[in-house]
Design a protein around this ligand. Structure first.
Ligand code: SD4
Length: 330
């Protein structure tokens, strides 16, 4: 569908949705200034991220409010979580693989379809920023392992010890049984995928994680894979994922959701279809979690997951809130 038709079809629905569904329960209601982009289309800057990350979404919103780009907003937003030592599935403090090494995955994608990613990178605290450097300063999209780490040093990133005492002690405890079974909404509950629209109406996204706790050395999930953990098409919208990455990769989940929006589905409908595809391939299984969030060009949002317990946070001119997600299973 051409962008103009897409906008026309979804505009009417969006106008109501932003003020009622999305932000209806915000505490602070205030008059919203109408921003327009160069094509005189109404633009409503907004941030949406997986899980209840108030600090990350607030930081991203602060960047947007100061007139920053959606790319700066998503990068600076997720850096807050990467730097939080208490967050055990992102950046510093992330849980290690089964050998005791913290290996980080991240990717970023901008309004022009440029993208960058780092996979299984050690000793660097902000993989999202290294991913951005891969995007901006190299002819490549992905750098992995030692190559990514070396590139980060060349770009001036300091060497960091990512394994906190808490994560180390938990890993030592885990080693006593070495039982590997991701726990729904507990073990893998902190991957942050984030999408933002800036005052020009441009969309960017980012995704960062330490991956599944106690994974095999070298294992990489969906989070740094463009199309799986994150996808943005500035003409249509963006999507990002959290949960068991293998299942998201198998359906190229985030790309699928953006393509479903291109075909006319709302972000909510597209996220629901994405989860249903995964469940159709896993008939009879109900022991894992996936959560998708999506946004379209008009700032209309959606989110859907397999298990109850997933939520996503939104931040916009009308305020901010944590949105409990609808789920496939009850
Ligand atoms: C992965 N998708 O590595 C990530 C894990 C995750 O919240 O989302 N954790 O498979």
């Amino acid at each position: 569908m051409k962008r103009r038709n897409f906008l026309k079809n979804s505009r009417a629905a969006t106008a109501g949705l932003i003020s009622t569904t999305l932000l209806g329960s915000c505490k602070e209601e205030k008059a919203v200034p109408v921003l327009k982009n160069e094509n005189a289309e109404v633009v409503r800057p907004i941030v949406i991220c997986t899980w209840n990350f108030l600090n990350a979404s607030a930081k991203a919103w602060e960047v947007l409010q100061a007139g920053g780009t959606s790319l700066d907003a998503v990068e600076q937003g997720v850096m807050v979580e990467e730097d939080d030592r208490n967050n055990q599935t992102v950046g510093t403090g992330g849980r290690p693989d089964r050998d005791g090494n913290v290996t980080l995955d991240a990717c970023i994608m901008d309004k022009d379809g440029n993208c960058g990613a780092v996979l299984a990178m050690q000793n660097i605290a902000n993989p999202i920023s290294v991913a951005r450097k891969v995007m901006e300063d190299t002819p490549h999209v992905m750098l992995a392992g030692k190559g990514a780490e070396q590139f980060a040093y060349e770009k001036g990133f300091p060497k960091a010890d990512l394994l906190t005492e808490k994560s180390k002690q938990e890993w030592l405890e885990w080693k006593k049984t070495s039982e590997y079974k991701p726990i729904i909404n507990i073990e893998n509950h902190d991957t942050i995928g984030i999408l933002a629209i800036d005052k020009n109406g441009d969309i960017s996204g980012g995704c960062t994680t330490s991956g599944m706790a106690y994974k095999m050395a070298g294992r990489v999930g969906d989070s740094p894979i463009i199309g799986a953990g994150l996808f943005v098409d500035n003409e249509i919208g963006g999507a990002t994922a959290t949960g068991v990455g293998e299942e998201v990769v198998r359906t190229v989940g985030s790309f699928l959701i953006v393509e479903l929006m291109r075909q006319g589905k709302t972000p909510q409908e597209a996220c629901e279809e994405g989860v249903k595809r995964i469940m159709a391939k896993n008939e009879g299984r109900d022991d894992f979690q996936i959560g998708f969030i999506a946004i379209n060009k008009n700032g209309e949002i959606g989110g859907y997951c397999i298990q109850p317990g997933f939520s996503y946070r939104t931040y916009s001119e009308e305020g901010h809130r944590n949105n409990p997600s609808k789920s496939f299973l009850s």
